[in-house]
Design a protein around this ligand. Sequence first.
Ligand code: ADP
Ligand code: ASP
Ligand code: MG
Length: 811
Amino acid sequence: MKVLKFGGTSVGSVKSMLCLKHIVENEAKRQPVIVVVSALGGITDQLLATSQQALKGDEGWKTSFDEMVERHHQMIDTIITDTADREKLFHTVDSLLEQLRSLYSGVYLIRDLSKKTQDTIVSYGERLSSHIVATLIKGAKWLDARDFIKTHRKNDKNVLDSELTNKLVKDYFTPLPRVSLVPGFISMDNDTEETTNLGRGGSDYTAAILAAALHAEVLEIWTDVDGFMTADPKIIKSAYTINELSYIEAMELCNFGAKVIYPPTIYPVCVQNIPIKVKNTFKPKGRGTIIRQRVENNNKPIRGISSISGTTLITVTGLSMVGVIGVNRRIFTALADNGISVFLVSQASSENSTSIGVRDADAAAAVQVLNDEFAKEISTGAMFPMNAESGLATIAIVGENMKHTPGIAGKLFGTLGRSGISVIACAQGASETNISFVVASTYLRKALNVIHDSFFLSDYKELHLFICGVGTVGGMLIEQIKQQYEKLKESSRLKLRIVGIASSKYMLLDRNGINPENYQDELKTAEACTPDKLRKGIIDMNIFNSVFVDCTASKEVSDLYQPLLDHNISVVTANKIAASSEYEKYVRLKQTALTKGVKFKFETNVGAGLPIIGTINDLKNSGDNILKIEAVLSGTLNFIFNEMSAEVSFSEAVRRAKAQGYSEPDPRIDLSGKDVIRKLVILTRESGYPVEQDDVDKALFVPDSYFQGSVEEFWKRLPELDADFEERRKVLEREGKKWRFVAEMDHGKTLVTLKAVNKEHPFYNLEGSNNIVLLTTERYKEYPMQIQGYGAGAGVTAAGVFANIMSIANI
Ligand code: ADP
Ligand code: ASP
Ligand code: MG
């Protein structure tokens, strides 16, 4: 014999009802079955909400009631095809609905809703649904659960009277019908004969009680997910089904909020060693989960994660507690006597403070009870009044394998720390099957994700990208990510998810990922963007493994790095402003990244995609010292000097650099040497010498006055320089030399200058917009190390940014 329980979503729609019919009728061909059903999905909530409306005198209760009538009627009309059956069912259902209407009407008229009335009202959900299902399944026998599921009052709560219930169940199910149909959740008080229930989610419990009393072969919980999963799939998209769980593991997970099974359900079947199967009504062929005594070792240290939001932590503390025997006894007795359950306890070994976790709903009462209990100690000052902290969530990681695996707590707390999540309290029992800890509610989702990622998803690593700037570099980066996505998923087990895209005007944020295919259209209708809104939006999203990617040249955007790094978000930037700003700022950014365990990467600030900064770092890390740098770092200036000829004037060459995307958006930044100064400052700093932009000596080739006015004026005046340049160019040509704008660093001293180099010089043959860097170090002294290649251009810059992102993924 089997007991099959179908939850709200399994009786909530026509489709699910037809799946249920198929499953039950198939099973009944093999053996007798008892079917337990919940109310139609959402009806229990609606029954409760409607009674609150009636209580408040809100006429709206009628509309809500009519909606419920309509929903049940429509269901019957669609699924019960036999006319006689339908007539009979309508009769039963309508008389139940009539009683329900009278109850609401009474509540509305006298504005009173006793617990008794509320329990009666809420029972109609299962009473209605069970009649519908009993008619749907041919030959099913409907039984009223209230006849055999009995409760009594204890600590002001309805508690199952197990002994009586067991006896009655045995009587009622002898002989055992082929198909019995039982409403879940509802019960009856044995003394008052009032309708009661087993608590929200209690249909699972009804089914377990029947399975245990009748020694069922198995208890099957049919629901809307593929089984018991590693975490709530509604929060963790990558959660997957656990094939096997032990009773202990299941109990730990359910007690901590895994809603898929109502916690009291497990005990009655566990003591009888009856397995529980959790299966998806919509995919009956799926493997589902089996919960039983002994399970195969899956070699994973933990089996599941669950959580409860709405947690309050009450701290009992005071000087008199040190070594005093009996304080804990008093805490727990006082709380238990008042029916308050504690789900987490953490006591410091100094014994002068005990923190206990309770549900928010119990918090005020718990504080009151404890303040009363310790009133004397508080009045003498030996203990402090109770301190309650709300707005928290409790998370548990569970698995019997934890006891054989050292380092789980280390991994757990290390992972949380790196994500900037602080743990407010924690507890691990000596059984080592559960580690529970409390975090701020705002961190719940992120904490679940990082833990899930680090314990279950070694198969895939996810990186969440916020891309700021969708000009040429940003646009190409998104394109490159799009093209590489599948390959990286396959070969590197990496998923690069773009969760934010911002232009100077608009921003799109979506934790589920933005389709790189049509982000441009979406962006046009997105929210207006300011740096402040962007910072707040990103920090509030609070996603794990986040990377902010700056493809702008904006100072305001670079000002976001510090607050983002402070919130454990890595930064990858093509924007040079931050790394070349005040030395103190640059050091602070690097330090923050280091202490927060995230990355601040800016390889493309110098030489676009060329590995210059990375090489300097590698040399330094391996014990070398950078003594000198000589470099041509401006692809733009190099392009301009290479373009100039008898036919192409200086101003024309500048224009071409801009048109072909080699210059900064404002070319004055290149011509004033500012761009090269910034790059040189960055390389010098990375080589280990503190330097500011003002420390760089400069010998420039465009007079300062040209940089004073507007860009338009600059373009207008630029041709004035052509004649002079042409004169000098001719001389240079005669001497067989070329101009190169060179950046130099010698033991920390820096200079940028226009140099004429002859054929023998390594800079002479530098084509187009190429860059070259010569690094003289302790090891590369006689022959400097040379790095050369394209030093500008959106494609190579985007690729360099991409490489930086990948270096974060690979840690
Ligand atoms: P039913 O109406 O069938 O009783 P419930 O809504 O009570 O269904 O429980 C199923 C829901 O439990 C799922 O839809 C899922 O969102 C949630 N859930 C929470 N934790 C887990 C978990 N670890 N595995 C599966 N589902 C979970
Ligand atoms: N219908 C009840 C509830 O929603 C019982 C259950 O579904 O298990 O809580
Ligand atoms: Mg449920």
